[in-house]
Design a protein around this ligand. Sequence first.
Ligand SMILES: [Zn+2]
Length: 347
Amino acid sequence: MRIIDMHCDTISAILEAQKRGERAGLKENTFMLDLQRMQQGGYSVQNFALFVEQETGISSYDKVMELLSVFKAEMSRNKDRITQVTTTGEIAENEKAGRLSALLTVEGGEACGGSLDNLRQLYREGVRMMTLTWNDPNELGFPNYSEHLDFYTPDCERGLTETGIAFVEEMENLGMVIDVSHLSDRGFWDVVRYSKRPFVASHSNARAVCPWVRNLTDDMIRRLAERGGVTGLNYCGDFLRDPFAGTEKEGNQTKPGLSLAGKRPGERSRADLSDLVKHARHMANVGGIECLGLGSDFDGIPPYAGMPKAEHMEKLWYALAKGGFHEGEIEKIFYGNVFRLYKDVLG
Ligand SMILES: [Zn+2]
């Protein structure tokens, strides 16, 4: 069993813990993912996101640099077990040497402050994938969550800005994977229009199965698949089974005060592994098996009972097998499809 996981927030979790004065690192920690858990779970490659949101008192670019220094320090501290990679050749070398691979990504295009020079600098640091937005509008475009926490109504009007279109083009020139997770519906179709190469939704599920706007519609899944892209199964309970299903909603809005899934612990979904299998089956039916990958969102989501930590990946393997996926198909979901996309875009 080999695994490539397109998204986790462990670097942010380490930085926050260090700021609280706790000893926390990548080798071993109390979070959802560390190197020991990855080795136990059968990982080959983990994408480590540098996650930025608009904060007061620090620019997004400074914040991404702060996270980058945490990432680099962890890489140098653990270089016998894991090294940073930018190509599939380097992944293969690490596998041969019995080491894990770390691919650096950015979550939140505001990291660049709208500057293509900053984008190129991040590329030089080894960033090879970036979501154009997180949950706030930024210089590049608009997200699908609106300011008033509406989980159900996608933004079909506001997509990429002119700057966002320039970023899409430059990311493709550089050989950086465009990531549409968190982006508005309109933004997704703008990416389809202005890009030429395969792109990803690193951590998004199927909206037909769970209606949250963080998930992809069937049309999106089909288009992403036709382009050779991959969408990563996200283990966030709220994106797997609607926690408010059957409860009263005012119009399309959830009640104020409910948690925004993804970054704050709060509402616990009752989702279990069978929900993850349902999403996988639906996406495979709609887009074909080749468009499915993994995007756990470990350390960015509330604990999910179905698969709480990285060492539990075998549970997902068996659940998919029980759900009728053949071994070769599960290998594609766990590893092959994302590796193919990396070979296409990163080399
Ligand atoms: Zn996210």
